[in-house]
Design a protein around this ligand. Structure first.
Ligand code: IPT
Length: 961
């Protein structure tokens, strides 16, 4: 058997907005599922009575509508690697819809269009076989003029879940069969515009626009705003234009018309090119602040909902994202309209991935097999033709993870001859000469430095022609910063490199959205499912939950961090607060659309504020502007004096309201702490002022009226997803979670050594050890009474024995036997931060609601640490605990769940709060890294076994006081 391509379909053409009549066939269709082709009814099913079949929504996936269940696998194929054959057990979905043809479409040529059918289909109309489809996320059109009736049409579609094409559609996502995009009938008027290709170039030297118009019939082109009214053919000079870019997405409404049809275009003039290993748009170097976007909706899978996608892309814009790689297939065609309108640079990726062949060391990879050549070419022709009129598309990507081979090269050759106005991208073949950018995924920081410096291996003298070609190309990371669970960490370090080296043109976080699917649990409640939850034999668990936003589009901390890292303006305050340094990191525009507002808070009270003047600051330039004295004079503080500067949008945009904060800068002057006088009380082994102890083991039992247990010494955390994978920089070592388990820090045991009162103080000594080993930490805790409500705690921690693994943290753990209500603190917030993912937080007096104390990761794990905390009050049902540092600031984690519970629970829906508040005060804390794909925790962010010291004031108050 030869792999198939679509048969009977029309030549791929542009997606056009036309005034020719259309009839949408979406809605309730009849549906019948069979478990295999052999089991699917043969005979005249295409026209037989289907009234007794089930109903199904089109567009939709059948396995999200109660017919069988979804399955998730990453690169593993869910059936034997036996190309081009699908397995015998292969769901077959028969669809039927009966309809009358709208009057407007009658007696004309009519085309039937499918925008997405996964994975292959046979299309029948009124008993005639129109053809077959391949290319799940690609448009397929059939001429139905000869078969269409005025009334009583029977459209029958037989969809196979798997086909030969599944081998080249092995993307990391749910297998979701069905007619999942719209089905439309299109009238095609005699002498109408079947296809239009407009290349709209911008000449940065003259500011002029130039059109290259390709239309297959005689037509006119009008662009009212540019006074263009011309024959729609060939080169048309249009004089001065406003160029299109992601920062200035200027679109000109245009119309191409014949006597029988009008097509509306939105033209963006722009030029993309590379030169001297740099990437340019409109003659200016650009930085891609990107994300990889899959189409995902927790209830509907890959079904397009325009309002949801607009919300999604607006959310990206509000987080400073300016580029999207449409991983790993062209999205719904209307998404491209939104990209043009909102302003994004797009890598439009072909629906192609043969990653499963990695499991045969790439033997029989379709990418290098002649038999698959036409299938590859068909896919790229469909991709490019459909989206060729969109200014947002700056690169065509041949696909993802398809190994190497001549078919990819042939695709590139076709693209280059068809559309010389854009660049060709493909990551999977580093020794290719047929790409226009050097693209990699998850390259380490060290390697990125080398590429940036143009000193990558091999040295030129030893390099092949392909390697020499690669050296001339700009570099992007088409995937980096794997946003799975808590993380990614280390992204700011990449970004610093991107900014230092002109060759580095940015990157795309993997990935934008988590693909959790919403299901009803046993109790009927909505829960988010991942791989394996549907009983799949082959699956990849929660590797599909790796986004900057949840499946419900809630921002994860990784998004907040990324937004600050890629912010198009960087604000830094001179140490003496005399000046503010502004870096305009936009590529095209000044900062004139931003208002720079400063405010100064002293111990939480705003004492001064103002607006800074900064006009005409050129893109990619820096400036320094003076600050008012009211921002800088020296004042007395008890906690801190914080100067915050925000860059806000002056006017509303289509994606954000006026006042939206684009970037934040700050300066913090922390107060030096006065050491408080001890109270005039006598300490005993069971009481030190407000603090009560168990005299048997020296443990705290209450603070005033508030019951509280602790402190125990904590060096473990509930492993994050990244902690459970070995970093790519140390693949020979076990992941951190295993190292921690091996060294026993997840189950330490403590021993009371002594409790010695001395005047107003009690000194308790303990040893916290790891099972089996001699390693441990000796702790000295000195409690001193300060007042009727407050005690001072001085802690010294000393590691003992030969520790072999890094710790997750070094801190003090307390448990309050009452659920948390919320948190107020001064420190970095409002959300979490870890040492390697701390860009999106700033110093202030923050208030955190109970639901925001931790992050509701689908697979529970450590989260929610607030760093650089100087004072915090944790409210619980039983009362409030206030902690203030007398030494260095600390990191604070407040959770309704113990770490053991988090680590042992696989789904957030199964987490049961036990009624306690878990309080961790950390002296040191490890970064999170991005080990699930990419480097692990950078060395500088690890916690080597080390001594620790901290001095705190603890006090308690009744609830509400
Ligand atoms: C990379 C894939 O391109 C992407 O689709 C996704 O699967 C990601 O991994 C993991 O989430 S490929 C991998 C070998 C780096």
């Amino acid at each position: 058997m030869h792999p198939q391509v679509s048969a009977g379909t029309l030549t791929p053409r542009a997606r056009l907005t036309s005034d020719a009549p259309e009839q949408l066939l979406d809605g309730k269709w009849r549906f019948r599922l069979s478990s295999s082709l052999r089991g699917a009814p043969a005979g005249e099913w295409q026209t037989a009575n289907s009234a007794h079949w089930a109903e199904i929504d089109v567009p939709g996936h059948w396995n999200l509508q109660g017919f069988e269940s979804p399955a998730y696998s990453n690169h593993q194929m869910p059936f034997p690697l036996d190309p081009p054959y699908p397995p015998d057990v292969n769901q077959i979905g028969d669809y039927r819809v009966d309809f009358d043809t709208d009057a407007a479409l009658q007696r004309q040529r009519v085309v039937l269009r499918f925008d997405g059918i996964e994975s292959a289909a046979e299309i029948w109309l009124n008993g005639d076989l129109l053809g077959t489809t391949r290319g799940s996320r690609l448009t397929q059109e059939f001429d139905v003029t000869a078969s269409l009736r005025e009334s009583g049409n029977q459209l029958a579609v037989r969809v196979m879940q798997f086909s030969d094409a599944s081998y080249i559609e092995d993307q990391d996502m749910w297998w979701l069969p069905g007619i999942f995009r719209s089905v439309t009938l299109l009238a095609r008027p005699e002498g109408g515009l079947d296809d239009v290709f407009v290349i709209a170039d911008y000449d940065p030297a003259t500011g002029a626009g130039m059109l290259d118009v390709q239309v297959d019939v005689d037509a006119r082109l009008t662009i009212p705003a540019l006074n263009v009214d011309a024959v729609a053919k060939g080169q048309i000079k249009v004089g001065p234009v406003e160029p299109w870019s992601a920062e200035t997405p200027t679109l000109y409404d245009a119309e191409i018309s014949t006597s029988t049809e009008k097509v509306r275009l939105r033209i963006g003039f722009r030029r993309v090119h590379t030169e001297g290993a740099r990437l340019f748009v409109n003659g200016r170097p650009i930085m891609l602040r990107g994300v990889n976007r899959h189409e995902h909706n927790p209830d509907k899978g890959r079904v397009f909902e325009p309002e949801r996608v607009r919300a999604e892309l607006s959310l990206m814009k509000r987080h400073n994202i300016n580029a999207v790689r449409t991983s790993h297939y062209p999205p719904h065609p209307e998404v491209l309209d939104l990209f043009d309108e909102l302003g994004f640079y797009i890598i439009d990726e072909c629906d192609l991935e043969s990653h499963g062949f990695e499991h045969s060391e790439w033997r029989r990879n379709p990418s290098n097999d002649d038999a698959w050549r036409e299938a590859y070419l068909d896919r790229i022709r469909r991709t490019v033709n459909r989206d060729k009129n969109h200014p947002s598309v700056i690169m065509w990507s041949l696909g993802n993870e398809a190994g190497t081979g001549a078919n990819l090269e042939a695709m590139s050759a076709w693209v280059k001859s068809f559309d010389p106005s854009r660049l060709v991208h493909y990551e999977g073949d580093w020794s290719s000469t047929y790409v226009d950018v050097y693209s990699r995924m998850y390259a380490s920081h060290e390697e990125v430095v080398q590429i940036g410096r143009e000193t990558e291996e091999p040295a030129p003298i030893a390099a092949t022609a392909a390697e020499m070609h690669r050296r001339t190309l700009p570099f992007i990371q088409c995937e980096f910063g794997h946003a799975m669970g808590n993380g990614p960490g280390g992204v700011a370090e990449y970004w610093d490199l991107f900014e230092q080296h002109p060759r580095l043109a940015g990157g795309f976080i993997w990935e934008w959205i988590e693909h959790g699917l919403a299901v009803a649990g046993a109790d009927g409640a909505r829960r988010i499912a991942y791989g394996g939850d549907f009983g799949e034999v082959v699956h990849d668990g929660n590797f599909v939950i790796d986004g900057l936003v949840s499946a419900d589009l809630e921002p994860r901390p990784g998004l907040i961090d990324y937004a600050a890292i890629i912010a198009p303006v960087r604000i830094a305050v001179a140490a003496d607060r005399s000046r503010v340094e502004l870096a305009n990191r936009y590529d095209m525009v000044t900062l004139d659309h931003l208002e720079l507002v400063w405010r100064r808070k002293v111990d939480g009270v705003e004492v001064a504020s103002g607006v800074l003047e900064a006009s005409g600051i050129e893109p990619r330039s820096r400036t320094s502007i003076p600050l008012a004295e009211a921002a800088s004079d020296v004042v007395e503080t008890k906690i801190a004096d914080v100067l915050t500067i925000e860059a806000r949008l002056r006017d509303r945009t289509s994606w954000a309201p006026a006042g939206h904060v684009v970037s934040v800068g700050e300066d913090v002057r922390a107060a030096s702490q006065e050491l408080p006088e001890p109270a005039d009380v006598v300490a005993t082994t069971s009481r030190v002022g407000a603090a009560s102890f168990n005299a048997v083991d020296g443990a705290l039992t209450a603070l005033g009226e508030l019951p509280i247990a602790g402190p125990s010494v904590g060096i473990w955390r509930a492993p994050t997803d990244n902690d459970r994978y070995p970093g790519w920089d140390e693949v020979d070592l076990p992941p951190f979670a295993d190292r921690w388990h091996e060294s026993g820090i997840d189950r330490t045991v403590s021993r009371f050594i002594s409790a010695e009162p001395e005047s107003a103080s009690l000194t308790v000594r303990t040893r916290t050890g790891t099972p089996i080993r001699e390693t441990g930490i000796e702790g000295t805790f000195t409690w001193t009474a300060l007042s009727s409500t407050a005690v001072r705690l001085d802690v010294t921690l000393e590691p003992r024995g030969n520790w072999t693994a890094d710790w997750a943290r070094l801190g003090l753990d307390f448990v309050i036997p009452s659920p948390p209500q919320g948190l107020e603190f001064f420190g970095l917030g409002p959300g979490q931060s870890y040492p390697d993912s701390a860009s999106g937080v700033s110093h202030d007096w923050w208030s955190v609601e109970r639901k925001d104390l931790t992050v509701d990761h689908v697979r529970p794990q450590e989260s929610g640490s607030r760093r650089d905390v100087r004072e915090a009050t944790v409210q619980t049902d039983a009362g409030a605990l206030t902690v203030r540092t007398l030494s260095q600031p600390f990191a604070l984690t407040i959770s309704p769940h113990s770490r053991q519970t988090l680590a042992a629970t696989t789904h957030n829906a199964d987490l049961v709060a036990d009624g306690n508040t878990y309080v961790s005060i950390d002296i040191a804390q490890s970064g999170v890294g991005t080990a699930t794909c990419g480097p692990g925790i950078l060395q500088r962010y690890r916690v080597a076994p080390q001594p620790g010291r901290i001095s705190l004031i603890l006090s308690a108050a009744p609830t509400g006081s």
